[in-house]
Design a protein. Sequence first.
Length: 87
Amino acid sequence: MSPYTESRKDNVITRKFSPSVDSDELVWHRDRRDRSITIVEGTDWKLQMDNELPVTLKPGDSFNIPKNTYHRVIKGTSDLVVTIREH
C-alpha cells in the first residue's frame, strides 16, 4: 500500500500524504524521471535530499528533483498536498 493518495490530470500528478502515515513508509527512494514538485499545503513536513539536511516544506515552495537522486519526505502535522510534473 502506498503512503499517499494520488490523482492525475493531464501532465500533473497531485499527491496527498496524511499526518497519520507511518513514518516507516516514508522511505528513501529515487525516481526514474526528473520531477518538479510544488507544495500546495502542509505544516511541518520536510524534504531531505541525499547528503543534505532536511528542508521545511511551505505552501508555494517548488523543488526540482533530478532523476536517480535519493530523497525522502519527513512527516509533518497536517495533510501534505503536492503537485508533481515529470520531465
